[in-house]
Write a protein that binds this ligand. Sequence first.
Ligand code: NAD
Ligand code: UDP
Length: 343
Amino acid sequence: MKILVTGGAGYIGSHTLVELLEAGHEVVVLDNLCNGAREALARVEQITGQPVSFVEGDVRDRVQLDALFDWHDIEAVIHFAGLKAVGESVAKPLAYYDNNVAGSLNLCQAMAAAGVFRLVFSSSATVYGPEAPVPYTETLPRGRATNPYGTSKAMVEQLLEDLCRADERWSVSLLRYFNPIGAHPSGLIGEDPQGVPNNLMPFIAQVAVGRRSHLAVFGDDYPTPDGSCVRDYLHVVDLAAGHVRALEAMSSPGVATYNLGTGQGYSVLEMVAAFTAVTGQAVPYQIAPRRDGDLAAFWADAAKAERELGWRALHGLEAMMADTWRWQYHNPKGYRLRVTDAV
Ligand code: NAD
Ligand code: UDP
């Protein structure tokens, strides 16, 4: 299949390119590089030995999308492109609704005009909302998101459900990710946040590599076994493989929604301890106040993806830690400079 991957130069997108190419698919990437790197695509080519067609552009640009669909014989789209920083979304709601909602709407319009009706969408566990009981199952209703980022994901899910109800040519997978971490085992691609990382794992890795003095653990008084928050961390390579499974399993019209997680929760303090145990690197930390909007604990019921897609997470915590460290160690400044290039 020839697949358009929006946001393919980003973290999850680049790992998904590897899985798609290794499964025999052809890919075209559309990315405006606001948070992605051209170098990530070169590394994907290096890992797979296969070419990646790249179009630098924005999913909100209809003229460019029409030209792309005219030029390439696209059969399906995986839509990663969007903004993802929760805190920033509170400060800049218009930017988030414009990019995430208007961008998705524009993409769907261009797809319909081009006669492409298969879409895999990057959603998030955040759509369950703060009141949902754990583990989260796909049968729960969407909750009230606590920030514009989460609301933008819920809005696009709703938009896609309405679209499928109205027009049975559409086939859509909504993939609700839990907490992707880790990197490709080659150490060539990984997560490369700009500025101070918002997420736990890149922060831990940057402390270990000496870019930051210590980790702030946001809260140790939650109702969890050790007081720190619990999340369902999954290896990004497993997550990437889930996209290939979802795409290949799409046979009937309508929307199918899947949790992609491991079903197992770990606390922040357990993650720090596991990183040190696996890599031998100390991660100094201090307990800090709770972060606004954080939930105490959630994890996935991932049974539906296993039942219907034959997908489950194969990598455990040890691989997640080792692969994160390999990437960070060899690329201390992300895609900007490799340690091996500097010597
Ligand atoms: P990322 O920022 O690394 O990748 C997103 C890519 O999209 C970047 O390369 C960026 O340059 C590109 N992009 C952004 N806006 C664009 C636009 N308007 N037009 C074209 N390209 C654009 O993020 P990621 O972690 O790889 O996340 C991918 C998707 O998965 C996002 O939609 C995100 O919301 C969703 N998601 C991520 C997580 C996570 O923890 N990383 C969790 C749940 C859902
Ligand atoms: N966290 C932390 N320190 C950090 C970043 C995150 O203690 O510097 C905690 C955060 O409070 C949450 C967990 O790590 O409990 C995972 O946070 P992340 O932002 O990675 O993912 P989220 O689940 O919020 O999407």
